[in-house]
Write a protein that binds this ligand. Structure first.
Ligand SMILES: C[S@@+](CC[C@H](N)C(=O)[O-])C[C@H]1O[C@@H](n2cnc3c(N)ncnc32)[C@H](O)[C@@H]1O
Length: 277
């Protein structure tokens, strides 16, 4: 099945999926405050997965260029791990949105427990239609969340609207890398279908940002730093069990098994930075 033939994600259904993942993780004791892949600076880096996951958040933070007077929007905030790290490391104020009510509840609880509820607030909202005034934010981060949204250009147009002039956007996205194979590897289709993900058109990204009212600052293929190593780490048995919880997937083998993705190197990750002129 090609990407264009794939059924588009429906935000309500994505929200229900993440409600289920959150409740299952809390119940099973497999809860993780971050739901994204890791970033290793070099191929021989020995950093454990948990450290690499935080490192990817830090790679975004380095490009957000925010400080204590700034207000950041975390678009698709998960259960708040990355957003709380932004607050901790930069002093910025943060508003996080997720389409999952359970994630929002959990994120607000974590903010309270961390003593950061005065700087970080999480609420349920759909990124396709942001409930914020024009120019409300100094920066927007979207860590592995635009992958679930049915219309990237609409989301980016909303991002451009809520950013002030000069405001920054940093996001990660997934795409199908060259050389593309026909037919596409079935594990990619399974991943996209089960997690309601569509793949970005990397070649068209710059033009899409432009149409949305944003200008490119940088677009990097970070696959070599992220994807395969994450799947290898997740697939490696730990005390007789694998550890999908590190991606927040919990024990849901019906959705995904990391070993399905081993060697599937045409499944890539982009790091995109843009500015609202
Ligand atoms: C893979 S998780 C990433 C979470 C978080 N950024 C992190 O790295 O831990 C994807 C996130 O995107 C959110 N999301 C997906 N579609 C959305 C939409 N239409 N509006 C708002 N949030 C959405 C999900 O609810 C979830 O929080």
């Amino acid at each position: 099945m090609s990407d264009t033939a794939q059924t588009l994600p429906v935000p309500e259904a994505v929200g229900k999926l993440y409600d289920r993942l959150t409740l299952t993780a809390l119940r099973d004791g497999t809860f993780n405050p971050n739901i994204h892949i890791g970033f290793w600076d070099t191929p021989d880096s020995k950093a454990p997965l948990e450290e690499a996951v935080d490192r990817l958040t830090d790679v975004l933070i380095e490009r957000l260029l925010v400080g204590g007077t700034d207000h950041v929007l975390d678009l698709g905030c998960g259960v708040g791990g990355p957003g709380l790290r932004v607050v901790e490391r930069t002093g910025a104020r943060l508003t996080g949105i997720s389409i999952s009510e359970e994630q929002v509840k959990t994120a607000n609880r974590l903010a309270e427990e961390a003593g950061r509820a005065d700087r970080a607030v999480f609420r349920r909202a759909d990124a396709m239609e942001l409930p914020f005034e024009n120019g409300s934010f100094d920066a927007v981060m979207a860590l592995e969340s635009i992958i679930h949204m049915p219309d990237r250009e609409q989301v980016l147009t909303e991002v451009a609207r809520v950013l002030r002039p000069g405001g920054r956007l940093v996001l990660t996205d997934v795409f199908e890398r060259a050389p593309r194979k026909t037919p596409r590897h079935p594990s990619i289709d399974k991943f996209c279908r089960n997690f309601m993900v569509t793949l970005a058109d990397a070649d068209g990204y710059v033009a899409m940002l432009h149409r949305a009212g944003l200008r490119l600052r940088g677009l990097l293929d970070i696959t070599e730093h992220t994807m395969q190593r994450t799947f290898e780490e997740l697939a490696r048995p730990v005390e007789g069990a694998d550890r999908p919880e590190a991606l927040g997937q919990t024990n849901l083998p019906d959705l995904f098994h990391p070993s399905d993705m081993l060697g599937v190197d045409e499944f890539g990750c982009l790091l995109v930075a843009a500015v609202r002129p």
